[in-house]
Design a protein. Structure first.
Length: 422
C-alpha cells in the first residue's frame, strides 16, 4: 500500500473570513419563500441540535430519528453535504456560515489526504480516535460529493485559498477517475491497481457534474477551462448512452467502452432502476440551457431529450395518483415495469422537483402537486429533520437513520435552491 499523508492546509487563510460573517455575507439574487425557509431551518436545526460537537466544531454523521447520535464517525459525504446546506441557507441565518467554515476546516484537517497523484477524501474518520477507513479503494460518489460542500461554500463566499485547495482535489479526482481513451469517468479507483475495469455507471457520468463541477463552473469563472472539457464530454456520453428510449428508463451499468449492459429478460434484468435517476438525468440535461460553452444546437438537443425523459417518466405506473399528489415508488424492473419497492424515498422526490422546476413551465401542475406532497410528509415536524423513506401509505419508516454516510441536508437544500431560482 502506498503511504499517504494528511494534507496540511493554510487554515488561517481559509478561515480568515469567519469573522463578521453578516457584514461579508454576499447578496443572494432571490431569498427563499416562507415554506422553504421553515423546512430548511427545521432540517439544519436537527443537525445543529443533535449532531454538532462544540469542542470539535463539526458534525457527527450517524443520527437516528429521535436525534440520538449513534457513533463517533464523521462521514465525508454527509459532512460535505452539510457544508453545502449551511452555505446556501446562510442567506436566512448568517450563523450557518460560521458552522460551514468550521465543518470545512474539519474536513480538510481530518478527511483529506494525498498520495503521489494528488488529494483525495477518506470515507470517514472517528472523531474521537482519528482513525480513518484507510483502505485502497475509492469510488466516484464519495470523491465527487466530497467537493460538493466546498464548491457551494466557495460560491457563496469566494476565497482564493479555499479555491486553491478545491483545484488540487479536482485535479486529483480527474487524474484518478477520468478515462483518457473512451471518455467519462470510471466508478472506482484502487490506489494499488488504478482505475477499476467494469465500474462505469450512470452515476459516474452524472455525479461529477451535479455534485460539484456545474457549481464550480458557475462560481469559478476565471478557471472555467478546468471544468468545461469534462462537462462537454460527459454530456455527450450521457446523450448517446444513458437513455433507453424503447424502455423509457435510464441505463445504469456500462462496460469500459460505454456500451450499456443488456437485459436478458424481464425475469433477469441486468439492473433495476429508480424513477429518481430518470428525473436526475432529465435535470442534468435541462440545466444546460444557460451553459454558454455549448453550441446552440447542443443545448437544444439536450433540452429536447430532457423533456422527453420527463414526459416518459410521468407516464410510468409508479405514481399512486396520476396527479403526483401522493408521490411515487422507489424501484422498478425496467423490462416489465413491475414496481419492486413501493417505499417512497426522499432524495428521489427532490430530484423530481428539481427536474420539473427546470422545464420552463411545461409541468406546472405536476410540480405543484409533488411539491405540496413533499413538504407535507417528508419533514418531521415533531423531532426535526426529515425521513429517509415513507411506506406506500406515506407512513414514515423510522428505522432508517436521518443522518448517515450520505444523508444530511444536501438533497432537500439543493432542491429548495432550484425552486427558488438558484
Amino acid at each position: 500500500m502506498k503511504k499517504i499523508s494528511i494534507i496540511i492546509l493554510a487554515i488561517p487563510f481559509l478561515m480568515a473570513s469567519c469573522h463578521n460573517s453578516k457584514k461579508e455575507q454576499p447578496e443572494q439574487s432571490k431569498v427563499m419563500d416562507d415554506t422553504h425557509e421553515a423546512v430548511a431551518k427545521n432540517l439544519i436545526g436537527f443537525f445543529n441540535k443533535n449532531a454538532y460537537q462544540n469542542e470539535l466544531e463539526t458534525y457527527l454523521s450517524e443520527v437516528d430519528n429521535t436525534g440520538k447520535v449513534m457513533s463517533n464517525k464523521v462521514y465525508n459525504v454527509a459532512l460535505s453535504r452539510l457544508i453545502y446546506g449551511l452555505s446556501y441557507a446562510s442567506v436566512i441565518d448568517t450563523s450557518y456560515l460560521d458552522k460551514a467554515k468550521n465543518a470545512m476546516k474539519f474536513q480538510m484537517d481530518k478527511l483529506v489526504a494525498q498520495d503521489s497523484i494528488g488529494g483525495y477524501f477518506n470515507s470517514f474518520v472517528d472523531a474521537q480516535t482519528n482513525e480513518t477507513d484507510g483502505g485502497t479503494s475509492m469510488d466516484v460518489w464519495q470523491q465527487s460529493y466530497g467537493l460538493c460542500g466546498l464548491s457551494e461554500l466557495y460560491r457563496n463566499q469566494p476565497n482564493e485559498a479555499l479555491l486553491s485547495q478545491i483545484h488540487k482535489l479536482h485535479d486529483g479526482f480527474t487524474k484518478r477517475f477520468h478515462d483518457e481513451n473512451h471518455g467519462g469517468f470510471y466508478g472506482n479507483y484502487d490506489s494499488e491497481n488504478g482505475k477499476v475495469s467494469g465500474s462505469k455507471s450512470l452515476q459516474s457520468l452524472m455525479y461529477p457534474i451535479t455534485a460539484y463541477m456545474e457549481n464550480l463552473w458557475l462560481a469559478d469563472t476565471a478557471n472555467r477551462q478546468k471544468y468545461e472539457p469534462f462537462l462537454k464530454e460527459n454530456l455527450e456520453l450521457v446523450y448517446k448512452n444513458a437513455w433507453n428510449s424503447n424502455l423509457g428508463w435510464v441505463n445504469i451499468k456500462f462496460d469500459d467502452e460505454w456500451n450499456a449492459c443488456k437485459h436478458e429478460s424481464a425475469e433477469n434484468p441486468c439492473f433495476k432502476v429508480t424513477p429518481g435517476h430518470n428525473f436526475q438525468l432529465a435535470s442534468l440535461l435541462l440545466r444546460t440551457k444557460n451553459w454558454g460553452f455549448l453550441t446552440l444546437e447542443e443545448r437544444e438537443k439536450y433540452q429536447k431529450l430532457g423533456i422527453e425523459i420527463l414526459t416518459a417518466t410521468l407516464k410510468k405506473q409508479v405514481f399512486p395518483n396520476a396527479d403526483l399528489s401522493q408521490g411515487f415508488y422507489s424501484e422498478v424492473n425496467p423490462v416489465s415495469n413491475e414496481v419492486t419497492d413501493k417505499r417512497k424515498t426522499w432524495w428521489q422526490h427532490c430530484e423530481a422537483l428539481i427536474a420539473l422546476s427546470l422545464a420552463d413551465g411545461q409541468f406546472e401542475k405536476e410540480l405543484e402537486a409533488l411539491e405540496s406532497f413533499y413538504f407535507s410528509v417528508f419533514p418531521d415536524k415533531t423531532n426535526g429533520g426529515e425521513y429517509f423513506f415513507l411506506d406506500e401509505n406515506n407512513t414514515p419508516q423510522t428505522d432508517e437513520l436521518k443522518g448517515g454516510i450520505g444523508k444530511s441536508t444536501y438533497h432537500t437544500i439543493e432542491m429548495i435552491r432550484f425552486l427558488n431560482g438558484k
